[in-house]
Ligand binder design. Sequence first.
Ligand code: GLN
Length: 394
Amino acid sequence: MAKKIISEKVERFTESVIREMTRLAQMHDALNLAQGFPDFPAPQEIKEAACRAIQDDINQYAITWGSKSFRNAIAAKTRSYLGLEIDPEREITVTCGSTEAMIATLMAVINPGDEVVIFEPFYENYGPDAILSGATPRYVTLHPPDWSFDPGELEAAFNDRTKAIIINTPNNPTGKVFSRDELGFIAGLCIKWNALAVTDEIYEHILYDGATHCAIATLEGMRDRTITINGMSKTYSVTGWRVGYAIAPPHLTEAIRKVHDFLTVGAAAPLQEAGAHALSFPASYYKELARAYQSRRDLLLEGLAGTDFRCIIPRGAYYIMTDISAFGAGDDVRFTRYLIQDVGVAVVPGSSFFSNPLLGANYVRFCFCKRGETLHAATERLRKISRPKAGQSR
Ligand code: GLN
């Protein structure tokens, strides 16, 4: 029998559509409201801290699971923001972005036959993460407009084989912020079925209209079965630094550190030093971050008001899912190409966030982590699309 050159696992997923949209945006000179990264500078203090660390010769490997100063800063910030006491020596793994934290966590705990519950729509990476780690995904629907789940459906997704549930709150792409009650219900199922909660909380500070962040690790019975994933990218506007971390009880951290060590050895040492500085910012920094994002969100919502993009208002994170059915397109991927090539605005097709692409065919996702002028220019272009014209050119 002929040898298969490419891994069967790898053949089961495509390259990232989110990142492909950025390349297309560059190719067509479109405004990029696709991939979630800021087009404004990171805080001056952090940039200086990073330059200083390089000048101070912090240019060799840090301890594989993270420099002591950064882990101490993570523990201190987690204590003050979430009220969680974590041991920086035994419960933190610093990784190359939260992306690595997620895959290293899954690789550390999944065995053949294990199932992982994933809310759908979901951040694109979780699909390939499940495949690469060998987990069988069980999808549970989040229903618009509030993206609530049906407790019966969630309950039915758990069984003896359930190893973990992946939570992402505040949520990408929906902007849902899971309530304490919802997380309590999820916690009950994790405890009943002896399952882990793997929770991606990278948007923890990006909250609107008085929404509050609840970390499932703080709920009763969850501390020892939760892996909390986070990173610097979104909170400090440094998505290209690739500095993330996983917080987990010692027995899980030990396993995650082993995987992490052989995957990447470690995250950039000088950037971890800058991270230690960033994570000691006062509470006012996070308040201002949320305020600034709320005004960017409102700018985009206002700009899209009166167009055929029906916005589902997010309560957290920095994306807006829009229903595009009024355009009569029925094909989110073609519609996105039209937006990039003819209108000059890049978005992410909704199907990237669903296991069955048809479920996302009537959505596109906008991100608004952009300067006011970028958002203005984008909505000016989008407001020119008239329904019949968009329909015809499709
Ligand atoms: N989280 C961002 C998004 O969804 C980008 C993530 C990435 O490309 N690594 O657009």
